[in-house]
Structures are given as structure tokens and as C-alpha cells.
Design a protein around this ligand. Structure first.
Ligand code: AMP
Ligand code: MG
Length: 432
């Protein structure tokens, strides 16, 4: 579905989560086409979580030469063809990893070889040391214990020179950095960090460190948002708390749009109280207000800011107006903002992975909306993955997120869940 702030489907009473995704992805693509993100060369140790900008081609064969996969003895495997029974080979030297054997190996001879040791030209087979009986000068083994070519790693077996080792769009993980280092590559070409501005809107909000006014609450959304953005290793521009009045909102949105590629605000998008926000956003760009068929996180504004004084209109700032409720902020971020930011950053494979677990207790669910319930994944006595919903699920109850280690995601059409049913879950933590 094509994004346009006035698209009747997008404005309809409830937009499905998948339709919202489609519309967001479409607009992000447009923005990317208009102004693609630059790339920069950064040292390996600074490239974790960054997005690889171009395919990384291997400058070498890996391994660079045939070598041993085991600690054992290397010899010419032709002797194995002669059938079964025991054979004895004379040990004429040793090859260590990084210290090859130099010399000739004749028929009836072998060398001792360590894992990673270079295979001599005349040897193609390694027998592990556990399978031989050896003295200082000879070793004996059973010919039926292995085949010619066993336990040898071939040159270029992992990676061939000139072939891609890591594909562009990869969000770099520790294993990728290790892989690049194993190819001798000190720097990687990555997309520049996205600059993401955040602000909290609401007259009741108090910055931490100040005394709460009567009826006031502490602004927590900027902290959870900053932390979620830090997890993605993006540059955060904190635009603070903005009062619910048109001039402050206009000034803050303009300031943020000038500084950042993306602006994420929280609060002030529910119907009624959103009037100023709505008015200002419509002045500054194309922003639609959506009611999404999801829980929590129903109201959300989305679009671009472009009519910002002092900023070129061809560089649009992507805008997400998240609801104010702290849990809804985290859920909408997880569900929509995260993947949009990764897409804008050039990443492929941007949707968080799902897995499944068995519901430990019944879960009430109305069809017609996607629900993100906070839950704890564990194992039952039989070792099966089971998931239990955390206490109260109100959209304002941040403790439900803090205690949980995953979301249970119940699809749009899904109905009540019985204990023992398998449900989709998304873990909060990645491992490697
Ligand atoms: P709103 O979307 O502005 O109607 O806000 C919904 C609820 O979330 C209200 O109870 C707000 O007080 C609360 N809220 C809004 N912004 C924040 C914030 N930055 N930190 C914590 N709670 C907030
Ligand atoms: Mg508000």
C-alpha cells in the first residue's frame, strides 16, 4: 500500500499492523531514493552494529593453503588403497601451525602434524593421533580406519579469493568482525550513523532530577528511547521535553528536523489532545495520524517533515509520533520504528526474529488486532519452552516490560489462547 497522509485506508478506523509496515517501508524507500545515506570507512573495532555498505570481497583464499584439521600424522593416502590390515610408517619430522615441515617424505614415511599445520605437497591425508600407536620413530595404524583425503582442510575451502565474504546490508556482528580480521581487513565501509532526534511532549512531564509538580510525572520515554537507539548504535539528538503549545512544538520540530534524519516524538497523538501536534505537523510536512489495530500502541503519527525553514525540502526528515504511554512507546518502537531505522540505514534482514513457545496459562485475545503481551520465557520440567504473561499488562505499566524477557505476539485474527497452545514470541535479547 502506498503511503500518503490522506490515503483513505491509512486513515481508516483501524489499520492492520502489516498494512502499517508496508506503508512505512514504502515511504522509507522513497526517502532513501531521494537522499541515499553516505558511507564511511571505519576501523574493525568501531564497526560493530554498523551496516556494511558494500559486499566485502575476500582478498585471500581461506585457508590460504591445505592444512591439517587434526593433531595426528600426515602421509600420502595412496597406501590406503591397498586394503585392510595394519601398516607401519616412519616418522621423519613435525609440522606445527605456523612452522611447516621442510624436507622430503618418501613412500612408507609420514610426519607428525598439529592442527593448522601446513600439509606437505606429497601428503593428502591425516590420521588423528588417537587412532595410531606410535613410538618416537614409527607409528602403526589400521588401514580401514580412514580414507585418502581425510582430515585435510583444502585451500580456499571456507572462502575463495574475490568471492563475497559478507554481503552489503549486513548489520555487523562480532562474528563478522572476526571474519573480516581473518581476511586481514583492518577497516570496513559502513553506512554513516543515522541521526535520530527524540523529544517528549506533554505539560505534565518533569525532567528527572527536578521535584515532581502536583499531577506531574517523570519523563521516562526519552530514556527508554535513547537506550533502544543506543542498542542500534545510532546517533541520538535529545531535544528534551516540549510543552503542549503550538509555538514550542513548531520550534522543537523544526530544530529537530534540521539536525536529524529521523524525529521520534512521544505523547500528544491521541485524538482530541493531538490538535496542536496535528496542526503543526501538517504545516511542516506530510504526516498522517493512524489508528493501528494493535495493543498497546493504537495511535501513531507517521510521515515526513520537509517544509522546515533553513532546511532543503529535498532532504525529508522521517517522523514517528509515538503514543505517550511508556509501554506503547517501546512496543511501537520495536514493531515499526526499529525496522524503519534499519531500512533507512541500508540494512537487509530487518525484522526481528520470532520463535515459538507454549502458553503456560490461557491468554485472552480479541480477534481484529495484533497484541504484544509482555512475558517470561522459560522451560518446563520436560524441557519444553513455555511462556508466562507478566502481571498487569496496562500500556502505562513499564514494570511489565522490565520484568519480561520477551513479547508474546498474537496475530490480527487470532482468538483466545488455551494453556498448552504454541504462540509466537520475540525475545528481547540477542546473543551474538
Ligand atoms: P498522551 O499520548 O500524550 O495522551 O500520553 C498518554 C499517557 O502517557 C499519559 O498518561 C502521559 O502522562 C503518559 N506519558 C506521555 N509522555 C510520557 C513520557 N515522556 N514519559 C512517561 N509518560 C508519558
Ligand atoms: Mg499528552
Amino acid at each position: 500500500m502506498k503511503y500518503s497522509p490522506n490515503n483513505p485506508i491509512l486513515l481508516s478506523s483501524s489499520l492492520r499492523v502489516d498494512q502499517a509496515h508496508e506503508a512505512i517501508a514504502g515511504l522509507v524507500n522513497e526517502v532513501l531514493r531521494e537522499s541515499p545515506l553516505d558511507a564511511e570507512l571505519v576501523p574493525l573495532n568501531d564497526s560493530l552494529n554498523r551496516v556494511l555498505a558494500e559486499d566485502l570481497l575476500s582478498p585471500i583464499d581461506v585457508p590460504s593453503a591445505d592444512n591439517s584439521a587434526m593433531d595426528g600424522y600426515a602421509f600420502d593416502g595412496t597406501c590406503l588403497k591397498s586394503g585392510s590390515g595394519k601398516t607401519q610408517l616412519k616418522i621423519v619430522g613435525t609440522a606445527y601451525a605456523g612452522k611447516p615441515f621442510i624436507g622430503e617424505i618418501a613412500a612408507g614415511e609420514c610426519i607428525k602434524i598439529m592442527t593448522g599445520g601446513l600439509m606437505p605437497n606429497t601428503c593428502d591425508t591425516v590420521i588423528p593421533q588417537e587412532l595410531v600407536s606410535a613410538t618416537e620413530h614409527d607409528m602403526i595404524f589400521d588401514l580401514s580406519a580412514l580414507k585418502a583425503g581425510d582430515n585435510r582442510r583444502l585451500k580456499g575451502e571456507d572462502l575463495q579469493r574475490g568471492k563475497p565474504a559478507i554481503i552489503a546490508g549486513r548489520i555487523l556482528r562480532p562474528s563478522d568482525l572476526g571474519l573480516a580480521a581473518s581476511l586481514g581487513i583492518p577497516n570496513l565501509m559502513v553506512k554513516r550513523k543515522l541521526r535520530v532526534a527524540i523529544l517528549s511532549s506533554g505539560d505534565e512531564l518533569t525532567p528527572i532530577g527536578e521535584t515532581l509538580s502536583e499531577g506531574g510525572i517523570y519523563d521516562s520515554n526519552r530514556y527508554s528511547l535513547t537506550a533502544m537507539l543506543n542498542r542500534l548504535d545510532l546517533e541520538v539528538v535529545d531535544c528534551g521535553i516540549v510543552r503542549d503549545d503550538p509555538d514550542s512544538l513548531r520550534a522543537a520540530f523544526c530544530e529537530a528536523a534540521k539536525k536529524a534524519d529521523v524525529l521520534i516524538s512521544s505523547g500528544g497523538v491521541s485524538v482530541g489532545e493531538a490538535d496542536f501536534t496535528k496542526q503543526i505537523l501538517q504545516e511542516l510536512g506530510d504526516v498522517g495520524f493512524w489508528k493501528i489495530a494493535m495493543r498497546p500502541g493504537r495511535p501513531m503519527a507517521f510521515g515526513t517533515l520537509k517544509a522546515v525553514p533553513g532546511k532543503s525540502p529535498s532532504h525529508r526528515t522521517l517522523f514517528f509520533g509515538l503514543p505517550g504511554n511508556p509501554v506503547a512507546v517501546m512496543v511501537t518502537f520495536y514493531q515499526f520504528v526499529r525496522s524503519a531505522l534499519l531500512q533507512l540505514n541500508g540494512a537487509k534482514d530487518i525484522r526481528p526474529p520470532l520463535t515459538q513457545a507454549m502458553a503456560e496459562q490461557p491468554i485472552r485475545k480479541k480477534p481484529g488486532r495484533t497484541e504484544f503481551q509482555r512475558a517470561i520465557l522459560s522451560r518446563d520440567p520436560l524441557g519444553r519452552p513455555v511462556v508466562r504473561i507478566t502481571g498487569s499488562q496496562g500500556a502505562g505499566i513499564l514494570r511489565s516490560m522490565s520484568e519480561a524477557n520477551c513479547f508474546v505476539i498474537l496475530g490480527h485474527d487470532q482468538e483466545n489462547i488455551a494453556a498448552g497452545d504454541w504462540v509466537d514470541i520475540a525475545l528481547f535479547e540477542g546473543l551474538l
